[in-house]
Write a protein that binds this ligand. Structure first.
Ligand SMILES: Nc1ncnc2c1ncn2[C@@H]1O[C@H](COP(=O)(O)OP(=O)(O)OP(=O)(O)O)[C@@H](O)[C@H]1O
Ligand SMILES: [Mg+2]
Length: 333
């Protein structure tokens, strides 16, 4: 069931395009989803599907030649797609935080970790240095860094890759933001550590009511921990629903392809399938369904862009030939 609490973030028909010399790259082209307090939204898709640009759009970090050209990004009701730079700067770090794939996007290499953490707290809250230091120590402890008192005195390069990412995550969570966008922060780490970090972040978000968007190209990373999943393809959300719905009854051929390419215990002995072909270039994308050239079910109908259908409440599928478990789909624009 999709919860009916007010969403922390609601993205509606977001379009972010890059106006390059070669033409317009429609990196995000009609993306809609909502995340509620304490919930995890997994944003999944192959390389180039528009996941990072979606995250950057939410944080107001899209630079020229890119621009949000349409839609709304409602954070607690306020449309931040049109917010000033000043407003976005105040929101970032205090209410909305991003965890990047590379922790050095967050960390300053020439400053000790305690200096960075204490500054991050005191930039937004009037607390004493000692209090901020104690909060920093507790934050490192919460993300599983052993001997946090000692580690606070270290510089970023004195941490291993995994530990450095934990520090960046601790910094993102320092001011108990209401929304975190995590962009593949664990991809460089081994699978056990990835799962462990995602579990820790999810637990913290549940405790603090933080809404979390976890971006990944790997469905198996979010399978166990996200509440809902948006599958992105060619700048669009092609399928959305609760994790159970999407994994148990994938309706879009692309989602089925993604699931078929993940090793699974219950399909042991069966060969893994791979989606043939590559993601299309988002520069001058052909009309029609962008998945048609790779889709086993494509036919003449797919020459037209598919509308979003709703096989159930809170479920979205953008396909002319979705796999349905029951009644025919009701089409809404
Ligand atoms: N500065 C830019 N100028 C032009 N095109 C861009 C720019 N940044 C991103 N794009 C294009 O936007 C599209 C979406 O990119 P994005 O980085 O969001 O993909 P992604 O899903 O995060 O992929 P990955 O899994 O590789 O991180 C790509 O086609 C990319 O080439
Ligand atoms: Mg990316």
């Amino acid at each position: 069931m999709v919860s009916d609490t007010e969403p922390t973030l609601e993205v509606r028909n977001l379009r972010t395009h890059f106006f390059t010399k070669a033409g317009v790259v429609k990196a995000v082209d009609d993306v809609s989803f909502a995340v509620r307090p304490g919930k995890v939204m997994g944003l999944v898709g192959e390389s180039g599907s528009g996941k990072t640009v979606t995250g950057f759009s939410i944080l107001g970090l899209v630079d020229a030649p890119g621009r949000v050209v349409g839609g709304e990004i409602r954070y607690k009701g306020e449309n931040i797609a049109t917010a000033t730079d000043d407003r976005m700067r105040r929101l970032r770090g205090r209410e909305i935080a991003m965890i990047f794939q590379d922790p050095m996007m967050t960390l300053n290499p020439v400053l000790r970790v305690d200096t960075q953490m204490v500054e991050a707290i005191r930039a937004h809250h009037s607390v004493s240095h000692k209090e901020a230091w104690q909060q920093s120590r507790d934050a490192l402890g919460r993300v599983g860094i052993p001997s946090p008192e000692e580690r606070l005195r270290a510089y970023p390069h004195q941490f291993s890759g995994g530990m450095r990412q934990r520090v960046a995550i601790a910094i993102a969570m320092l001011n108990r933001p209401d929304l975190i966008v995590a962009d593949e922060p664990t991809t460089a780490l081994d699978v056990t550590i990835q799962g462990q970090i995602l579990y820790e972040v999810q637990k913290l978000c549940e405790e603090t009511g933080t809404a979390l968007i976890w971006i990944t190209h790997d469905l198996s990373v979010v399978a166990g921990l996200a509440d809902e999943i948006c599958v992105m393809y060619a700048g669009r959300v092609v399928e959305h629903g609760t994790v159970d719905e999407v994994l148990d009854q994938p309706a879009h051929p692309y989602t089925r392809g993604l699931i078929g390419s993940v090793p699974s215990r219950n399909r042991r002995g069966q060969p893994l399938t791979q989606i043939p072909g590559m993601t299309p270039s988002l520069l001058n994308l052909e009309p029609g369904c962008p998945f048609k050239t790779r889709c086993p079910d494509a036919d003449a109908v797919c020459e037209a862009e598919p509308a979003i259908t709703h096989p159930a409440a809170g479920r979205d599928v953008r396909c002319h030939h979705p796999v349905t478990a029951g009644a025919p789909l009701e089409v809404t624009a």
